[in-house]
Design a protein around this ligand. Structure first.
Ligand code: HEM
Length: 632
């Protein structure tokens, strides 16, 4: 050992000073792997490498994060073992997925961590969240994503958030933020109140020092809970109890209740775009029930429901992995990487023909022999929530198209009118949605670019937002969402930007110019944070960071994706050991295997819309998919 220490000594000057400690703690193999990654990072070239080398870099990086960036919060699992064969289906609240920890991924359990908490009790309002939101986040003029990402894609990610995460609030503690004088005239709200996040003590002092945590109201498994609900009670309300099906209204939209709220798995803070996707996948579930019943006439309501839920959830996970993500990270390397996550490096054709080889690397995570949690029970994390704070994706208006005429060049539809986004949220949104109809909304969203994740692009209408309760009813008073988000990350002890990067083995910034080339941004950052780059909030850093060509998100956010996108699949028995004909049925598995994109799902339910308004696949790799990429 001493011999190696002597050998490694000269490397200390090569390694960035902030990584000396973690480097010391690494195993010898990890030290070596870290040096490879660090060298590439110093040269700033990983995204410019040829595909194979780039994928190798990402594989190494992912391994390091699996070793050093997964922290359990709360009780370590007791060694109770449940029998997977007793639960060959996704339970209502996510329990019994992991045979060694029945509660992992269950609704109401702790958010995990990728980075140990950075206590900010004394800096919760430093700098003032409303000042930060006003000076650095509030939209000045709408910046869009050009031809990269459409409004369906923005709704899609909200659809996923509604499957995965939502913090439980503490209704006994309200907090008020007031606009500081210097920006008060620019703030739509001079003050606003909200509930604290509910903080729960852990019994975990000795283990990793994480003394408290926050609870996730949703099941973090990729189990379609946005349409099925997170508990038995909601699940029962949504079912017809006939042939496994879910309730849906005659016009193909979600059922509107008497009080104006809609019926779905999760209806909090929804808008027309999200509820359209919820409705589409309820139809998908019902169609799967029909196909299964036809193939297996003896299956009863409960069995049909369970199989159809598994299949629908897998279709959603697959679209996200090989359709949505490759639009978000539009490079050949990520296209290959995401397809490798699902199908493996040997690609779909070989996998379809010969089945899973047993080697994840070659045949993909999906269908691999057993789930893997890297010694940390599955959960989604606080940092995952922070990097998914993507409200700037939302525009100010929906550009509603006329779909009665013939399509123009590139299947474009003429603009009919503009509708303010506030008209499309909550109960008013559901009312307007039924007037617009599914097809017109989808075509319009497909032809509209969504907002870019940049500074000064956070919608102003979200600065005075009537947010909602879990049941979809409106709260009495508005909130200033960007200011609240700044506060939330600090309240939940999420590291600020530079510490966030350090903990992910990314080289931190030492001056504002390291973050951005934009002079106005540099000036405003120094006005708000002075010279102290350590104070920079994670949300602001993610928006300000220079983006890699083809990436709609920052590199910092991407690293969390790299780790967690894999984890969502590999820790889940229904994507690994139980992704088989016995659990899904032969027909069900075939359904998943033959669905490649959102366009395939739209084709099944709205074939006319699909052929009239959606472009066919192009042979060029970068324009392969036309479901979530811009339609024109
Ligand atoms: C009209 C559309 C939307 C509305 C009205 C809305 C509203 C809200 C509200 C009120 C909160 C809770 C804030 C708090 O108390 O901490 C929230 C949280 C959040 N939203 Fe949105 N949102 C919308 C779309 C989106 C989209 C497109 C994304 C994209 C990823 C997104 C991601 C999130 C995330 C990650 C959280 C944090 C969840 C948590 O704390 O566990 N939202 N949103």
């Amino acid at each position: 050992m001493a011999f190696f220490s002597i050998l490694l000594k000269p490397l200390q000057s090569f390694i960035h000073k902030d990584f000396h400690d973690v480097f010391q703690r690494m195993t010898l193999l990890d030290k070596f792997l870290f040096l490879v990654v660090h060298l590439v990072d110093k040269l700033g070239i990983w995204h410019k490498l040829p595909v194979f080398m780039g994928l190798t870099y990402l594989l190494i990086r992912r391994h390091l994060h699996q070793e050093y960036n997964l922290f359990n919060v709360g009780k370590k699992p007791v060694s109770v073992r449940s029998e997977p064969a007793d639960f060959p289906f996704r339970t209502a609240d996510g329990k019994f997925n992991d045979p060694f920890n029945e509660g992992a991924g269950c609704a109401g359990t702790f958010f995990g961590r990728n980075i140990p908490p950075f206590d900010q009790t004394h800096t919760l309002t430093r700098p003032d969240p409303m000042l930060v939101a006003t000076k650095l986040l509030a939209r000045k003029r709408f910046i869009d994503t050009g031809k990269q990402f459409n409004l369906i894609a923005a709704s899609w990610i909200q659809f996923m958030i509604h499957d995965w995460v939502d913090h439980v609030e503490d209704f006994e503690h309200q907090i008020e933020l007031r606009a500081p004088k210097e920006v008060a005239s620019e703030c739509p709200l001079k003050s606003f109140k909200f509930y604290k996040s509910k903080e729960i003590k852990t019994d975990n002092y000795g283990h990793n020092g994480i003394k408290s945590g926050y609870l996730n109201r949703r099941t973090p498994w990729w189990d379609g809970s946005a349409i099925y609900g997170n508990d038995k009670e909601r699940q029962q309300k949504l079912r017809t109890f006939k042939d496994g099906k879910l309730k849906i209204s005659g016009d193909g939209l979600l059922i509107v209740n008497e009080d104006g709220t809609v019926s779905s798995g999760d209806v909090r803070n929804i808008w027309a775009g999200l509820s359209a996707l919820q409705a589409l996948f309820v139809k998908e579930h019902n169609l799967i029930c029909d196909a299964l019943k036809k193939e297996y006439p003896k299956l009863e309501d409960e069995e049909l429901y369970r199989h159809a839920r598994l299949v629908t959830s897998a279709v959603i996970a697959k679209i996200h992995t090989i359709d949505w993500t490759v639009e978000l990270l539009k490079t050949n390397m990520l296209l290959a990487g995401m397809r490798a996550n699902w199908y493996g490096l040997l690609a779909k054709k070989i996998r379809d023909r010969f089945g899973h080889s047993g080697v994840t690397f070659l045949s993909g995570i999906v269908g691999s022999r057993k789930p893997v949690d890297h010694g940390v029970p599955y959960s989604l994390t606080e940092e995952f929530v922070s990097v998914y704070r993507m409200h700037p994706l939302l525009p100010d208006k929906l550009l509603l198209r006329n779909i009665n005429g013939a399509p123009g060049p590139n299947k474009s539809a003429p603009l009919a009118k503009e509708i303010d986004m506030v008209e499309l949220i909550g109960t008013k949104g559901s009312e307007n949605m039924s007037k617009i109809g599914f097809t017109r909304l989808m075509v319009s969203m497909g032809h509209q670019a969504c907002g870019a994740l940049e500074l000064w692009n956070y919608p102003m209408w979200l600065r005075s937002l009537i947010s909602q309760n879990v049941d979809g009813t409106d709260r009495p008073d508005p909130v200033d969402l960007p200011s609240l988000e700044i506060y939330r990350d600090r309240e939940r002890s999420v590291a600020r930007y530079n510490d966030f990067r350090r903990a992910l083995l990314l080289i931190p910034i030492s001056k504002w110019e390291d973050l951005t080339d934009d002079k106005e941004a540099v000036e405003t950052l120094s006005q708000v944070y002075g010279d102290d780059v350590e104070e920079l909030d994670i949300l602001v850093g993610l928006m300000a960071e220079k983006k890699i060509k083809g990436f709609a998100i920052s590199e910092t956010a991407f690293i969390i994706f790299l780790l967690m996108a894999t984890r969502r699949l590999e820790a889940d028995r229904f994507f690994t050991s139980d992704f088989n004909e016995e659990v899904y049925t032969k027909k069900g598995l075939e359904w998943v295997n033959t669905t490649e994109s959102l366009k395939d799902v739209l084709n099944r339910h709205y074939p006319e819309m699909s052929s009239k308004w959606i472009l066919r696949r192009s042979r060029k790799r970068h324009t392969l998919r036309r479901g979530l990429g811009l339609l024109e």
